[in-house]
Design a protein around this ligand. Structure first.
Ligand code: UT7
Length: 331
């Protein structure tokens, strides 16, 4: 029987050259390498300079990396989705600009705002566009310039986040490989814990909002930490049960890189082996919508056809979920 699933067939990525180390941050705020490493697992993060290059700059670089590596023709792309919480501009579509710049002249494009779960939700959207038969080549990019919304005088947020972009191509697969199942959820009450207060329709920009630093990301770290562990663990458990999978059946867990202690807590909860959890938070920090594709970019060399991958993410909104995907190629 031929099943038209949507599989990832190519991966690309980009991180800016500028490295912001824990030692650099200790010069800027009252923190230390010891605190940051022990509480988050982060050693350094990349920062886009100048910020005015915008998120599209990194998204375009990641997409071009994917196209060049795989010698792909951008005119074959039907759809470009850019998952981001930091679009170039509040109104004009970042995805539209990215599509045009990479030469995807036959594509439509849209931005997807799911905060740190944006890429996970984008996998669902990309897969649906393919399974329905409407699209054959969907380019999904996760990209965020977190440095554009971080207050570098606030030690509770500035040590965590970094900038980056990752891209994947989804294509139909006749062998049934690709996205198999997903549990995606939201809880709108979570927005009290993780948000930017101003700049949206509820509190438009004014001199006061700038003075009060209300355009920067605010987070209540402890409750967000607890929700993240509990919701990602329960979404993963549901996906495993629904697909009659034991934890040892999973080759790799591709989890949002928010805090190494969150990853450890999920690993403990599920009793995973240390080599099942892919990790790169030490080098990039939390890049929001880019963490999942940047893991694929870094670890593509380990991935083999038919391997079973579990994706999970949690972010502002709250948004969260888990997806089960079988890998479709040997790199
Ligand atoms: O990706 C979107 C979802 N986001 C997340 O999943 C993030 C979840 N939360 C976290 O990762 C952690 O809560 C943080 C890394 C944000 C904070 O770590 P924590 O262990 O929860 O620290 P805390 O907020 O409970 O603060 C403990 C202490 C406080 O001092 P007092 O009040 O005990 O004296 C903080 O002021 O650590 C202090 N602190 C710092 N000290 C040195 C907070 N940030 C820093 C810092 N350097 N950078």
């Amino acid at each position: 029987m031929t099943t038209k699933t949507a599989a990832i067939t190519a991966v690309g990525g980009y991180v800016p050259e500028h490295v912001l180390t824990n030692a650099d941050l200790a010069q800027m705020v009252d923190t230390s390498d010891e605190w940051i490493v022990s509480r988050t697992g982060i050693k350094e993060r990349r920062i886009l300079k100048p910020t005015s290059l915008g998120t599209s700059f990194m998204a375009i670089k990641a997409a071009q990396n994917l196209l060049d590596k795989n010698k792909l023709d951008p005119t074959q792309i039907d759809l470009v989705i850019v998952a981001t919480a930091t679009p170039d501009m509040p109104v004009s579509s970042t995805a539209a600009y990215v599509a045009t710049e990479i030469g995807a002249t036959n594509a439509f494009a849209y931005d997807l705002q799911g905060a740190c779960s944006g890429f996970l939700f984008g996998m669902s959207a990309a897969s649906s566009h393919i399974s329905s038969g409407r699209c054959s080549n969907v380019l999904l990019i996760g990209a965020d310039t977190m440095s554009s919304i971080i207050d570098y005088t606030n030690r509770t947020t500035c040590v965590i986040f970094g900038d980056g972009a990752g891209a994947v191509l989804f294509e139909p697969n006749d062998e049934g490989l690709g996205l198999q199942d997903e549990v995606l959820r939201v809880d709108g009450n979570g927005r009290t814990y993780l948000k930017i207060d101003a700049g949206g329709s509820m509190l438009p920009a004014s001199n006061e909002t700038v003075t009060e630093k209300q355009h920067f990301l605010r987070q209540e770290g402890r409750p967000v930490f607890k929700f993240a562990v509990s919701y990602m663990s329960s979404a993963i458990t549901k996906v495993l049960e629904r697909n009659q999978l034991a934890k040892d059946d999973i080759d790799f867990v591709v989890a949002h890189q928010a805090n190494k202690r969150i990853l450890d807590a999920i690993s403990n909860h599920l009793d995973l082996k240390s080599d099942q959890m892919l990790i790169n938070i030490d080098r990039y920090g939390n890049t929001t919508a880019a963490t999942l594709p940047l893991l694929l970019w870094d670890y593509e060399h380990l991935l083999k056809k038919n391997q079973k991958l579990l994706f999970t993410a949690f972010g502002g909104g709250f948004t969260w979920g888990a997806s089960y995907l079988t890998w479709a190629y040997n790199s």
